[in-house]
Design a protein around this ligand. Structure first.
Ligand code: NCD
Length: 299
């Protein structure tokens, strides 16, 4: 793997190697990236992704240069293309982590880049490092990823984490996923058709309550407000699937509730203290998984 752009580019072996290295990194401090520089280039908001990458880089002995609000404060405002921006940054840093509002932008960047590009979200496209940390969390908490039944809920049309997650899952055995969304927010048909060629067994529904008790992994997502043409349109779907304590208690014993975060109201705060609530551990795991990825790309 030279860049991390799309979950389809990351093999099962590479994923398992990253999980094993993430385990080592969480217990042993070392500075293998001393002298290396990460450039973080964020054209869309982020809390966890940017800060966990930057923290990972510092903890591994490296340094960071950063534009946190590149849509307003970088040369894109003057009309510069992503290709030109990347050509230049490649002289200043050893790796770029970028989040952009256009699908395909990370791939365009990688095509001209002399240094590794990590896609931290490209519009409604993909978010492969989120998928890696999601699978790392499942692997860590359950011991394996094969043989799983998942309920994947929310805005599957606009959410990029779900697309990366499904592609990553498609490399494992006996994976059954029920996609739960309002009809208007279904996973795009083109992606469903491509996924139908893999070993994943997919079903679709718009009903959450009957599915919840059957899943080993419940993956809740946010309705992606920023992708709707009007606030009125967003408000139609805003609170369509809320997991409260009563609903969370219908989950199978030992099942995990995951969420890429940030959450709005799709998981009630009272759920946080239940053992099935794994989303804050999941976010913590991101630090170690991203550390392992930086090592993998830079060493
Ligand atoms: C996600 C994203 O940016 O796609 N956030 C994240 O990185 N954890 C999910 C979201 O914004 O809903």
């Amino acid at each position: 793997m030279k860049h991390a752009i799309d979950s389809r580019m990351i093999s099962k072996k590479e994923m398992l190697d990253l999980f094993a290295d993430a385990e080592k990194i969480r217990t042993k401090k070392s500075s293998p990236l001393k002298g290396k520089i990460l450039a973080s280039l964020f054209y869309e908001p982020s809390t966890r992704t940017r800060l966990s990458f930057e923290s990972a880089m510092y903890r591994l002995g490296g340094s960071v240069i950063s534009t946190e609000n590149a849509r307003e404060s970088s040369s894109i405002v003057k009309g510069e293309s992503i290709e030109d921006t990347i050509r230049v940054i490649a002289h200043y840093a050893d790796v770029v982590v970028m989040r952009h509002f256009e699908e395909g932008s990370a791939d365009r960047a990688a095509r001209v880049s002399a240094i590794p590009i990590i896609n931290a979200g490209d519009g409604v496209g993909q978010h492969p490092t989120q998928a890696l940390l999601d699978l790392y969390t499942i692997w860590r908490e359950r011991g394996s990823i094969d043989n799983l039944s998942l309920a994947i809920i929310g805005d599957l049309k606009n959410g990029r984490t779900v697309k990366s997650l499904l592609w990553a899952l498609s490399q494992f055995k006996d994976i059954h996923a029920t996609l739960v969304s309002p009809k208007a927010l279904r996973l795009p048909t083109a992606i469903l058709d491509e996924l139908a060629e893999t070993s994943l067994v997919l079903k679709e529904t718009d009903r959450l309550d009957s599915i919840l008790p059957l899943a080993d992994i419940v993956y809740q997502t946010r309705i992606q407000k920023e992708r709707f043409p009007t606030i009125k349109e967003y408000e139609k779907y805003k609170s369509c699937y809320k997991i409260d304590e009563k609903l969370a208690r219908t989950m199978k014993k030992g099942a995990l509730l995951l969420h890429p975060l940030p959450r709005v109201d799709e998981i009630a705060p009272e759920v946080d203290r239940l053992p099935q609530a794994a989303y804050f551990r999941q976010a913590e795991n991101g630090l170690y998984l991203r550390s392992a990825l930086l090592k993998h790309l830079l060493l």
